[in-house]
Design a protein around this ligand. Sequence first.
Ligand SMILES: *[C@@H]1O[C@H](CO)[C@@H](O)[C@H](O)[C@H]1NC(C)=O
Ligand SMILES: *[C@@H]1O[C@H](CO)[C@@H](O)[C@H](O)[C@H]1NC(C)=O
Ligand SMILES: *[C@@H]1O[C@H](CO)[C@@H](O)[C@H](O)[C@H]1NC(C)=O
Ligand SMILES: *[C@@H]1O[C@H](CO)[C@@H](O)[C@H](O)[C@H]1NC(C)=O
Ligand SMILES: *[C@@H]1O[C@H](CO)[C@@H](O)[C@H](O)[C@H]1NC(C)=O
Ligand SMILES: *[C@@H]1O[C@H](CO)[C@@H](O)[C@H](O)[C@H]1NC(C)=O
Ligand SMILES: *[C@@H]1O[C@H](CO)[C@@H](O)[C@H](O)[C@H]1NC(C)=O
Ligand SMILES: *[C@@H]1O[C@H](CO)[C@@H](O)[C@H](O)[C@H]1NC(C)=O
Ligand SMILES: *[C@@H]1O[C@H](CO)[C@@H](O)[C@H](O)[C@H]1NC(C)=O
Ligand SMILES: *[C@@H]1O[C@H](CO)[C@@H](O)[C@H](O)[C@H]1NC(C)=O
Ligand SMILES: *[C@@H]1O[C@H](CO)[C@@H](O)[C@H](O)[C@H]1NC(C)=O
Length: 759
Amino acid sequence: MGVKGMLFVIVALVLVEVEVEVVAIDDIDSTQIALHGCQRNCGDVQIPYPFGIGKTENGTTCFLDKPFNLTCNSSSSSLTSGNVQVININISQGQADMLIFVSKYCYNSSYGNNAVSSQPSGLISSSSFTISSKDNKFISVGCDTYGYLNSFYNNNAGYSTGCLTRCYGNTKEIKDGDCSGIGCCEVDIPPKMRSVSTQAGTFFNFQDSLVFNNCSYSFVVKNGNYTFKKAHLGKLLHETFPVVFNWSVGNETCKESQNRGTNICKGNSICMDAESGYGYRCQCQKGFEGNPYLHNCTDIDECETGQHSCASKHNCRNEIGFHGCFCPNGQSGNGSTIEGCHKKNLLPQIVIGASAGFIAIFVGTSLLYLTHQKRKFIKLKEKFFKQNGGLLLLQQLSSREESSHTIQIFTAKELKKATNNYDENLIIGRGGFGTVFKGVLENNTIVAIKKSRIVDADQVDQFIHEVIVLSQVNHRNVVKLLGCCLETEVPLLVYEFVRNGTLFDFIHNENKRNHFNWENRLRIATETVGALSYLHSSASIPIVHRDVKSTNILLDEDYTAKVSDFGASKFVPLNQNTLATVVQGTFGYLDPEYMQTCQLTEKSDVYSFGVVLAELLTGKKPLMFEKSEEKTNLAMYLTSCLEEDRLFEALQVGILNEENKQEIVEVAIVAAKCLRLKGEERPSMKEVAMELEGIRLMSKSHWVNNADKNFEEIQHLLPVSSSSEKYEHGDSSSGSHQNTKYDSIIRDQEVLIALPSGR
Ligand SMILES: *[C@@H]1O[C@H](CO)[C@@H](O)[C@H](O)[C@H]1NC(C)=O
Ligand SMILES: *[C@@H]1O[C@H](CO)[C@@H](O)[C@H](O)[C@H]1NC(C)=O
Ligand SMILES: *[C@@H]1O[C@H](CO)[C@@H](O)[C@H](O)[C@H]1NC(C)=O
Ligand SMILES: *[C@@H]1O[C@H](CO)[C@@H](O)[C@H](O)[C@H]1NC(C)=O
Ligand SMILES: *[C@@H]1O[C@H](CO)[C@@H](O)[C@H](O)[C@H]1NC(C)=O
Ligand SMILES: *[C@@H]1O[C@H](CO)[C@@H](O)[C@H](O)[C@H]1NC(C)=O
Ligand SMILES: *[C@@H]1O[C@H](CO)[C@@H](O)[C@H](O)[C@H]1NC(C)=O
Ligand SMILES: *[C@@H]1O[C@H](CO)[C@@H](O)[C@H](O)[C@H]1NC(C)=O
Ligand SMILES: *[C@@H]1O[C@H](CO)[C@@H](O)[C@H](O)[C@H]1NC(C)=O
Ligand SMILES: *[C@@H]1O[C@H](CO)[C@@H](O)[C@H](O)[C@H]1NC(C)=O
Ligand SMILES: *[C@@H]1O[C@H](CO)[C@@H](O)[C@H](O)[C@H]1NC(C)=O
């Protein structure tokens, strides 16, 4: 099932204050392997803590302890400890590969018998390092040769091992790739060898085979990294070989260090005593990853990283520490294999085509399936997932054949991480429908995550239905829904993050509104009405927003408007124009007719949008609660100002200038039309959109001609019954005379329009 990618939706955001600093996530990045501020690699070699180089800025050493003190030669990119080069460090295995020198003794006439040369492996004199007995071999090459591997530590309490090889001139049996004792011998390495040195020697100064071999070589090598060749006799060109060392930290066992409080293993890891008997090592628990010496191990998302045992990524569900396989909804069976899942959809066909016997089988299997399902979903998270309609959602999404927008289902863990465990400081809004957090996803996308109020069980279907239908809405002025998470007790919705806060803020915040000129206001109004008109008429099912207000219009970095908060939105079935609902919305923006009748229509949004327009014009809040009664309601205030020719008094200071007078008047008229008390007298959202578009496009040179139309419009503003004798220009045949008159009115600006006062 393609439950991935993006989906486009609408939103339910009530952003109040958006100026939140991005949290410094660097400090909590658990994928970091080295101490903060330390060199992480030398050439290609990673340097995980407890290993390290030098010091941090504040003087802490980057390594845990002396044995882990490394140096990096930046010109040759070689990481060394003492004179030994380190080529790989493995944290999870507690191992490190190092290049150790070969011991070599070559013919020297001045030597007698039994001559040796030894090569102590300098660095590894620390007790923290032992040669892994399992991963290495000790090898000697030569024809009158012996080699020793010595381990002496703690004042000689050690042991030695080794092998010898003599050929007696019998060179025919020496074969490439065969280290069986002729020309080459090898032995296993005893356990717990540390502080080792190797020796190479000869019994009789190579008298056996002076012809072609006059050197002995001894070395330890990682299994598989040395293949014997006849040509190596006397001429082994390698100076070093890779050797696997086991390392451990501390000098006590897990228990001892835990008792003393010196144990450094972090959360979700296990402490293991070192096989060498010296110190311990830390290992992330199964299903977790990270550097357990540095920070708590984190859960591996098996599903995303492909380490799962499921038929595919899509029937895999990550859990903390493990993962589970399930069959896509609509199917049943064992999700571990593709054949394991069976389409449930086949069942109806069987029923149709088969006899009563088949029906009995069908009932039987259904029952089995149901009991199976019950057992399967005992886990709490899955319970929530189910309770929140996750199954319904998955089913819906899978049944949609080819949808360009699919919803991304986030895990609770991802979102918890993104919001720093729902950090209070990341709250960017609280609203009637929930709390909104700012979050940063793994891929550094900034998102807004909305934690809904508890949704009652009856609303679940509705919730999912809304998410799905809204997912089909794709409009640049509508906030995008990226995905959701249903594993938590309350559903979480993930939206694109809109940077610049709310329109409300811009209108009413003194510091911001200075940059907010008329041109921007008109553009934002036009964008908003475009989105609303799209929802009303172009979306697959008409959607009434129900809570249009300036706090639900967000502004992105270019101040482009994005309509948000569809928590209260309703779909209007195609064959219905009205919908009886519980009255819901925000005072000051609420359609008075809807308040009285409870009949929801698209015109309710038109009214609310009218209030937003009034807000943009006047800069006043919808409910003003000032002394003067008349001023309490912005809608009435604007309408009465228009009627009493006081529009310009009512405008927000600073937006009016010579060029935009005409536009402002026209927009005020549109607002007044939207604010008509009777819904049916209001224009449709589409008409409002067209009018605002027209006003935006209108060039200054056209205003005279438009004035005519204006006049008619003003007339229609008022209740139809109230047309008055004073007002006689309604007749479009008035011609040039009227134009001239209007011209003067506009220029004058004091007496805008003579509207009848008697209503
Ligand atoms: C020094 O920095 C490291 C890592 O940045 C930190 O863990 C440690 O507490 C700091 N030490 C002091 C003394 O500030
Ligand atoms: C770590 O190694 C470097 C180079 O070998 C040496 O200069 C430094 O003193 C060592 N640091 C400690 C704490 O042993
Ligand atoms: C670093 O490596 C270069 C090239 O192998 C070598 O010439 C130089 O001496 C090395 N420097 C140190 C400090 O070991
Ligand atoms: C460490 O060893 C494990 C198991 O062998 C392996 O999966 C992992 O890739 C190794 N890591 C490194 C850095 O070599
Ligand atoms: C042989 O050994 C002597 C004494 O240790 C040394 O001076 C001489 O250089 C060696 N000769 C060779 C060829 O290694
Ligand atoms: C070293 O590590 C390997 C792999 O983790 C382990 O099998 C072995 O027992 C360890 N100890 C010694 C002393 O080799
Ligand atoms: C073996 O030793 C002899 C005497 O030092 C020397 O002449 C000869 O070149 C050596 N042979 C090889 C293959 O190194
Ligand atoms: C050791 O053997 C492995 C596998 O054959 C190879 O990839 C690696 O390069 C070898 N390492 C060295 C240092 O030769
Ligand atoms: C272990 O190491 C600590 C500090 O490095 C030291 O004080 C302590 O004596 C050591 N204990 C043993 C048993 O070696
Ligand atoms: C790390 O794990 C420990 C124990 O599991 C826990 O108490 C601690 O809060 C965790 N720390 C962080 C930063 O997650
Ligand atoms: C599912 O199939 C896998 C692989 O065939 C098998 O290991 C596992 O036991 C099966 N699980 C169930 C519940 O049948």
